[in-house]
Design a protein around this ligand. Sequence first.
Ligand SMILES: Cc1cc2nc3c(=O)[nH]c(=O)nc-3n(C[C@H](O)[C@H](O)[C@H](O)COP(=O)(O)O)c2cc1C
Length: 557
Amino acid sequence: MSDTSQEVVRAYHARTKHRFDAYAEGPGQLDWDAQPAAFRHYPGAPLLELPLAADRYERCYGQLAKKPKNEVTPDLNSLGALLELAFGLSAWKSWGPNRWALRCNPSSGNLHPVEAYVLASKVPGLDDGLHHYDPEFHTLEGRALVAPGAEPAWLAVGLSSIMWREAWKYGERAFRYCQLDVGHAVGTLAYAAALLGWEVVPITMDGLALRHCLGLDRPDDFPPSRYDFTEIEEPEILLALRGPGLHAPPAAAGLTNWLSAADWQGKPSRIDAAPGYRWPAIDQVAVASREVVGSQEALRFAPLPPLAPHPTTAGASEIIRQRRSAQCFDPRPTLAKTAFYRMLDALLPRPQLPWLAQQMSSRIHLQLFVLRVDGLPSGLYLLPRTPAAVVELPAALLPADQRFAECRPVTEFDRDCPAHLGLIQLAEMGLQELQRLARSLSCHQDIASSSAFSLGMLGEFETAITQGDFLRGAVDGHGYRNLLREAGLVGQVLYLEAEAAGVRGTGIGCFFDDPVHQLLGLTGQCYQSVYHFTVGTPINDERIETGPPYPQRQQDA
Ligand SMILES: Cc1cc2nc3c(=O)[nH]c(=O)nc-3n(C[C@H](O)[C@H](O)[C@H](O)COP(=O)(O)O)c2cc1C
């Protein structure tokens, strides 16, 4: 089983690489009028309108690592704020006849495969049971209501993916994007929880048990059919909220038992009645990487000086709601070096927000195109994020051809660079040549070259899918999902840190995989580039109009 799963994962990753001469398999043409439904509803399920109460809990972004002065207990207001800032709408955009919603969690192509479910016991104002979160109306749909019992109060959030939403546009590569999106969503949940003074930690549960606990294996609701691949939701992760008065949720068997007497309500709305394509490679990798034995790797963190509070005076919910992807950058301004170092520092794994939400220790490292950072020579840089990678990654990148012969720690020439960052300059490069490289490697997208810096995330691919399994005591190729999710989580930190610094970020899922490895002299599968990102001064498109996320609702004061 183990070898087979790992082989399927390796084969999937290899076949979904974009190459200069061919993109990964995808639809030949798109009918934008036949896009899968962006929102799922459960008609027939009782609705609970959640308050839009995030403003009541506002506090400074820089203070998020600390608890708020006044303890926030779970109730309908705090739950509403949590879900709004994690998965809710942040704006409606319109241009001519087109109107589309943006959400607090970003998503590749704005296609939003992630669905969120709340499992709760004894949260005041909320029926016990399983609820589906509907971001379109900021409501909870009561899927499985349970009679109050002897359980203490607890709260958990489960995530699933409707992979077809991504596959419709991106074909086989979509599974990767779904996992990156899950990583972003775990990040948005962790930051929203931190605003309330709560923490998010993963719950150990295998994929089939999670599917059951989210009500996704009910044959009457998800009937197997020729088109079930468009409707099914892939179980992803269950996360417990830790906060005042909240106990640990029951383990898988306890949850299953708890739901066995539930009153199930509603039927899932249709996502796509007439799909034009099917991508079996996605179904295969989903099975191969599904968690077979619920397990949690003990997270390892290197000793680091504490992350200094961010100097911004902006509020956290303000930053979370204003977060956007830049679609275009102004190449004239430079980014202050201190802001650059601060962003990188925030990406180092520490036992705090948001890294405690991970299922696996960190295995993502950064290869940076430093384009316009004040006082730093343009060129290629490297940020290993763990002590092991400080040794192993440069060794893997420095093959015999000596292309990085001049490589040196940044502290050697810049006294402002914090020593604990471990930032390495691989090679100085003229801006024009660097721009050409950055742009061409990210599918010729200008956003990778007109920004202050862009980067590729190098994942410890082989270790994640082999040793990751070994450490978790499970053999299921699930480490692949964890690796991609970590990349999404790193991306989410960058999105928010960029906003806090007064600039803007954009995730880049489209890049040419092996040409990135070739640039770095990486051979074999040990490290694979899994996600790109870019940060700079945005240029806003004034033609696009912005409207409030819930125009039909009053902000609850
Ligand atoms: C995993 C991922 C991959 C993305 N890839 C790209 C990309 O290659 N090019 C791009 O312009 N935007 C990319 N984006 C940005 C999305 O298009 C953007 O998040 C989405 O349109 C929603 O807009 P918002 O981030 O402003 O809320 C990506 C975002 C994510 C999360």
